[in-house]
Design a binder for this molecule. Sequence first.
Ligand SMILES: Cc1cc2nc3c(=O)[nH]c(=O)nc-3n(C[C@H](O)[C@H](O)[C@H](O)COP(=O)(O)O)c2cc1C
Length: 346
Amino acid sequence: MSVYSLLRPLVFKLDAEKAHRATIAALKLRSGTGFTPEPDWTPTLETRVAGLRFPNPVGLAAGFDKDAEVFGPMLNLGFGFVEVGTLTPRSQAGNAKPRLFRLTEDRAVINRMGFNNEGQAAALERLKGSIGNGIVGVNIGANKDSPDRIADYAEGVRTMSSVADYLTINISSPNTPGLRQLQDEGALRGLLGAVREARRVEGPPIFLKVAPDLGEGEPDQIVRVAIENGIDAIIVANTTVSRPDLRSGHAAEQGGLSGAPLKPLALQALRNFRAASGGKIPLIGVGGIENADDAWARIRAGASLVQLYSAMVYEGPGIVRRITKGLAQRLEQEGFASIADAVGSE
Ligand SMILES: Cc1cc2nc3c(=O)[nH]c(=O)nc-3n(C[C@H](O)[C@H](O)[C@H](O)COP(=O)(O)O)c2cc1C
């Protein structure tokens, strides 16, 4: 029995956002003098994507460490990479509370946080300590009240490039009104053109994070515009505004749904992006991943890397090492020499 399974009933007595703050505070106590990535390095799990060397393909998705406070301890838990953010140029409070809900019966979460964060300058200072110590991506967004959202992304690219192993352009949060319209072909072309101009020649690779709720033909358009503008990978996907059958009393809360009920949607979205791209641009699979089978299915469907967040709420931090161990076993059982060999093999 894991320590977390004993702690969970206590954690779940707290309001979800308070529990999250308490977790961050506890992790900060553990950060000590730095971190020691790759304590249990498994050669077959090491993988290269967009010119970066990942010790394993399992990452922490954006939104857990919004302000870059605990990326060190999270890498120490065994994540192959951590994505901090979403960070906006200026700090902002986010939406009114309550804005984060556990749907325990569904192993799901609904959030309408609305990019609450301390702003890029504060995170920049903390991230200086990450350089060269494990892979830390920086997810950037636009302020809610910004008169020019595209300018906010360009500013994020300029500000955060020096401390990011990769940057993620997040245009898929459902909690900033109108943000997802940047996924429309014309708007996306304008945005990614501005990002390309802001980007330095020697700067980090740039990923694009999309929603799972896209219409027919949209993955093809997004892939085309992304490749035209030199985007290095696409993260599929963010939370969904759809509501599959749910049992929890919080099912009707507004916001983005993540966790187990997102799994089939996110897998289908990944398959759509794989079909649209034919392997021409790396994909990162996110949404409802709870175990090694889920991670393996995403890799077989075309993901070069995976990320998770919600399952950690239900399974605790030990989930990462259970998944990496399981992936190493799958590789061996199915006769693949590396993760890269298994990508898209379904
Ligand atoms: C509380 C919460 C906050 C999130 N905040 C962000 C965010 O700021 N930026 C972002 O790109 N994704 C954010 N996400 C989405 C996750 O990164 C991920 O795409 C989504 O939750 C699906 O993965 P999961 O089912 O493993 O949680 C958030 C998710 C949750 C649950």
